[in-house]
Design a protein around this ligand. Structure first.
Ligand SMILES: NC(=O)c1ccc[n+]([C@@H]2O[C@H](COP(=O)([O-])OP(=O)(O)OC[C@H]3O[C@@H](n4cnc5c(N)ncnc54)[C@H](OP(=O)(O)O)[C@@H]3O)[C@@H](O)[C@H]2O)c1
Length: 336
């Protein structure tokens, strides 16, 4: 190589090296800046927030955490016992309602608007329900019930609180799931409801972007709450409901009761072993409601940030193969 060529090569290497270093430094500086501004919190004293699903689990944890920030929490509960727990956790008011009843949702929104005198800061939609089971024996009613709680209720309640949220330039926090970005077999009604919630959140976020209301989505992995603890017993209940409705159906040829017991026992243990501390989801929800710069999306828990993030991004054919090899059992008896 001539002296001229080697000089040129050295210049190219130096320019490329300098450019790479600059990009790396800028990336680190951006990450540091982002993590610093993410730590800034608002003073929550006296700010009104509505939280749904406060009888137990994540919703109840959010009530405790927000009350500790001196926010005024309206904790919507399903049961009287749940209301007592929410009040003990620091809620300012804990009304009881069934979120599947549109009129009850409209009435509670009206009462919230009047009690807060139009000064609502945020709404956290934490209520949720799950009705697991494979599609062969999943009654259509399950889809309707799950959509009613997980999708239609947050849509209606948000709409009725929007004027107040616009005035405060406040927050909407929608608790989805990892199942809202990666659909898993054996849980189609729930997965469909969370995918619908994700689509709604995307539209809502853009529509509200001109008035300063921030919309955040939370995607928890499996957390140790009543929902996860009762997941496989609820799968058995779905099978039994179908056995009552359609006792002679073909589906029982594929999925016999002898298989169901084994399946439920084995997977109950497995789910327990992967379930994480719900504090991860609670902290992310509280961040979304109280940070100066909330994130658009929070992947809550180790498995959400690792396995589910990878499944979300990988080609569909790979994730199909992964799900077939791990979570989807082959029907114990072959059918047509
Ligand atoms: N735990 C997990 O593994 C996990 C993972 C991903 C996402 N999530 C999501 O996180 C949120 C909180 O769930 P969680 O784990 O805390 O479960 P949870 O303890 O069962 O909480 C769900 C709450 O929703 C309430 N609810 C159900 N149906 C209702 C209705 N028709 N009207 C009013 N309230 C109703 C429940 O009341 P009752 O207790 O009285 O039934 C309960 O307070 C849900 O949106 C769930 O989908 C949970």
């Amino acid at each position: 190589m001539s002296v001229e060529n080697s000089g040129l090569l050295l210049s190219v290497v130096l320019v490329l090296g300098f450019a790479t270093l600059t990009v790396a430094l800028l990336t680190v500086a951006r990450l540091l800046y982002k993590s610093l501004i993410r730590q800034q919190r608002l003073d929550m004293t006296g700010r009104w927030l509505v939280v749904t699903g406060c009888d137990s689990g994540i919703g109840l944890g959010v009530v405790t955490a927000l009350a500790a920030c001196r926010a005024k929490v309206i904790a919507c509960c399903y049961t009287e016992e749940g209301s007592k727990k929410a009040l003990a956790a620091g809620a300012a008011w804990a009304p009881q309602l069934d979120l599947t009843h549109d009129d009850a949702v409209r009435n509670i929104a009206q009462e919230i608007n009047s009690r807060t005198e139009g000064l609502l800061w945020g709404v956290v939609h934490a209520a949720g329900t799950v009705m697991p089971g494979f599609v062969d024996y999943q009654p259509i009613h399950s889809y309707r019930q799950v959509m009613a709680v997980n999708f239609f209720a947050p849509v209606l309640l948000t709409q009725k609180l929007l004027s107040a949220l616009r005035r405060s330039k406040g927050r909407v926090v929608l608790v989805s799931s990892v199942d809202g970005i990666v659909s898993l077999p054996g849980n189609a009604p729930y997965d469909a409801s969370k995918f619908a919630l994700e689509a709604y959140a995307d539209a809502l976020r853009v529509e509200l972007s001109f008035c300063g209301v921030m919309v955040s989505v939370i995607n928890p992995a499996t957390m140790r709450t009543p929902m996860a603890e009762t997941f496989f017993p609820a799968h058995r209940a779905t099978w039994q409901a179908m056995a009552t409705d359609d006792p002679a159906g073909d589906w029982q040829m594929l999925w016999p009761e002898s298989w169901l017991d084994q399946y439920v026992d084995k997977n109950t243990q497995q789910l327990r072993s992967i379930a994480e501390d719900p504090a991860a989801a609670v902290n992310d929800i509280v961040h979304a409601a109280t940070a100066v710069h909330p994130k658009l999306r929070y992947l809550s828990g180790r498995l959400a940030k690792s396995l589910f993030y990878a499944l979300w991004l990988m080609p569909e054919s790979w994730s199909l193969r992964f799900k077939r090899l791990t979570v989807q059992p082959k029907p114990p008896r072959s059918g047509s």
